[in-house]
Ligand binder design. Structure first.
Ligand code: 6R9
Length: 649
């Protein structure tokens, strides 16, 4: 990989050393790295022993049949007990577990005692409907406490949940319910989004009508109070079934490798992959990273992760990590700009949020809207900020720290995947001197490398493919029902090293700079260029709010750089689209080199994104190459594509 291609990122010279006061009180210290380097498995065993085991484990890792790992496998634990009962038994039952904020402004405060009682009741309700160990339960809910209660109730029974994002279609539900052969579905009448109730149950009805399925019950939470169709004998109101269920439920221990959940994620082919996670290793790494990466002090912190429960970030950093650690957190139902653009910042001010975890796409949209919106609120309670989901451009990183973090908070840019289950690469606050745009170092106990195509380590100041070289506790255990696809997707390229599918560059210090999915890496006249690096250059220009870059096929150069940009409304007021495009082509050439100069720049009003906020480059490539637009089922708003093509014409 050409080193000049990442010059713009690596010209990023800003460094932020930890504040000594922060370091003095930090949860994590450099000794964690030393301990893990000295005895990696012993380090993870120590972390696992922070949990409550019904039966202690004696073996940490069984890697005798790679890539099928077993962690702590002769131990037994109950995941829900670890997230609930043990905090109550330790005298922390009155601590708030969830400050829930509904979009219309209604609120609920739920303590650990109350959450434990609700989960016990829900476990009895599900058991009464026939759910037992190993059964699959699909959950299709808005961001309401019942989503958390349902997941924990399923976990408490040793059953397996499959959470389906509330924005997915009936067809997606059908495919997931069928693939996992779910027995029961938990949904709601509807939820609140953008000031309106959006119906949910009707999608489940349509999915089940079309599916070959053994689903015997649909439990329906009342939230939207919208009308629903009712199938007698199958449908059950949550509140009715709960009121008939006992609040007494003793948690049983299950094998550490008992499956905990399946979560579907898109792969290179059309069919989504059901990523399978199990119990002991997953909870160990989710809890450890949540504590050390966010510097969690459960007695005093108010933590908020804005992810939807339908994504892996919602699983690991809204449900399992924070609750295993006894944290107090905020959960918000709605969209960031309802009923006004300052809603998130108002919530931070209201609850005194101290730790905040969100995605670069959200940060960039706030940059676009203008700093005066967050600056109207008191955000001084914040002390740690996190980022996840895609590479964060240095400009967005610095804006995040300056505007949201008051110029003082450490930022942790956390790299991980649905497949890795928990954070793998991140700075540790109070320990790491941070570099805007770099996820930096593997967390203690994780071994990574950057390899070239033939599997050789690339060395410093070079780029290649990111791999994880040793098994880790929260690693996926497979793809549901498809062990061959599991082997083929992740373990066929570099043997027992896990192939992540991301490009990465190591700088002179050995720090990792993520360059996006390898399928987002372009090859222009034999030079490798990352979409991310050109986007970063574009966003560093004052008139640009957001940019997406794709490699479009080109007769002469193989691929050519094509960019789509959204301009900042104020700063770009007096510039025409043609002028903007000229200025920006010159700017990229100046920042990175002539090789990176976009062949075309399109000024657009919006960019197509998946529901999890990732830019759909595949669709942009279709547009850039003049093809018919492909499958848009996972788009938040398919009208965006029309907007883009119209703007271009
Ligand atoms: C947690 C999550 C995984 C893919 C991953 C990578 C990208 C996530 C990132 C990042 C650069 C970060 N990604 N975090 N890239 N820096 N801090 O997002 O899981 O939805 O499975 O996506 O997201 O490309 O391979 P998932």
């Amino acid at each position: 990989m050409s080193t000049t291609s990442i010059d713009s990122l690596l010209h990023e010279e800003r460094r932020f050393a930890p504040d000594p006061d922060f370091t003095a009180r930090a949860v994590a210290g450099p000794e964690l790295y030393a301990r893990a380097a000295d005895d990696r498995l012993g380090f993870w065993a120590d972390q696992a022993r922070e949990l409550h085991w019904h039966t202690p484990f004696t073996q940490t890792l069984d890697w005798s049949n790679p890539p099928f790992a077993r962690w702590f496998h002769d131990g037994e634990l109950n995941v829900a007990y670890n997230c609930l009962d043990r905090h109550v038994e330790a005298g922390n039952g009155d601590r708030v577990a969830i400050h829930w904020e509904g979009e219309p402004g209604d609120t609920r405060t739920i303590t650990y005692s109350e959450l434990t009682a609700e989960v016990k009741r829900a476990a009895n309700m599900l058991a009464g409907l026939g759910v037992g160990q190993g059964d699959r339960v699909a959950i299709y809910l808005p961001m309401i406490p019942e989503a958390v209660i349902s997941m924990l109730a399923v976990a408490r029974l040793g059953a397996i949940h499959s959470v389906i994002f509330g924005g997915f279609s009936a067809e997606s539900i059908r495919a997931r319910v069928e693939d996992a052969d779910a027995k029961l579905v938990i949904t709601a009448d509807g939820g609140w989004r953008k000031g309106k109730v959006f119906p949910l149950k009707h999608a489940v009805d349509a999915a089940l009508a079309a599916a070959e399925t053994d689903v015997t019950s649909v439990v329906v939470v009342r939230r939207g109070e919208n009308d629903v169709d009712w199938q007698h004998g199958r449908d059950v109101w949550w509140h009715e079934a709960m009121s008939e269920s006992s609040e007494e439920h003793e948690a049983q221990g299950f094998d550490a490798e008992n499956p905990l959940f399946i979560l579907y994620t898109s792969g290179t082919t059309g069919r989504p992959k059901g990523i399978l996670h199990t119990s002991g290793g997953y909870l160990t790494q989710a809890a450890f990273t949540h504590r050390s990466v966010f510097d969690l002090k459960p007695e005093t912190d108010i933590y908020w992760c804005t992810a939807d429960v339908g994504w892996v970030t919602g699983h690991s950093y809204m449900v399992y990590g924070p609750l295993a650690n006894g944290a107090t957190q905020v959960m918000y139902e709605g969209t960031p700009d309802t009923p006004h653009p300052g809603r998130w910042w108002e919530i931070i001010q209201k609850y005194g949020v101290t730790i905040f975890y969100t995605a670069p796409t959200a940060i960039r949209s706030f940059m676009k809207a203008g700093r005066e919106i967050p600056l109207a609120y008191d955000l001084s309670s914040l002390r740690v900020l996190g980022s996840v989901g895609e590479p964060i451009n240095p400009e967005a990183w610095v804006w995040y720290r300056e505007i949201i973090g008051g110029g003082k908070t450490p930022i942790v840019d956390t790299w991980w995947q649905t497949e890795t289950g928990a954070i793998m690469i991140s700075a540790l606050p109070g320990v790491t001197t941070t570099k805007p745009g770099s996820a930096q170092v593997p967390i203690p106990g994780i071994s990574i490398d950057v390899l070239d195509e033939d599997g050789t380590h690339v060395g410093m100041e070079a780029g290649g493919l990111l791999v994880v070289t040793e098994p880790w506790p929260s690693m996926l255990r497979g793809i549901w029902g498809d062990p061959e696809r599991f082997q083929e997707t992740y373990w066929s390229k570099f043997g027992t090293k896990y192939f992540a599918g991301d490009g990465a560059h190591l700088d002179a210090d050995g720090d990792v700079w993520l360059l996006g999915r390898v399928d987002d890496v372009m090859n222009v006249s034999g030079h490798r260029l990352s979409t991310m690096e050109i986007e970063s250059a574009l966003v560093s220009h004052p008139i640009v709010a957001e940019a997406a870059v794709v490699g479009a096929s080109d007769d002469t150069t193989g691929q050519a750089v094509v960019a789509f940009v959204i301009l900042r409304s104020k700063k770009a007021k007096s510039v025409s689209a043609t002028e903007a495009s000229q200025q920006l082509r010159a700017h990229v050439a100046e920042q990175i080199g002539a090789i990176a100069r976009p062949r075309e720049i399109f000024v657009v009003a919006e960019l197509p994104k998946t529901r999890s906020g990732k830019i759909m480059r595949r669709l942009l490539r279709d547009v850039a190459e003049g093809r018919e637009i492909g499958d848009t089922t996972t788009l938040t708003d398919s009208t965006v594509i029309t907007v883009i093509t119209d703007t271009m014409r």
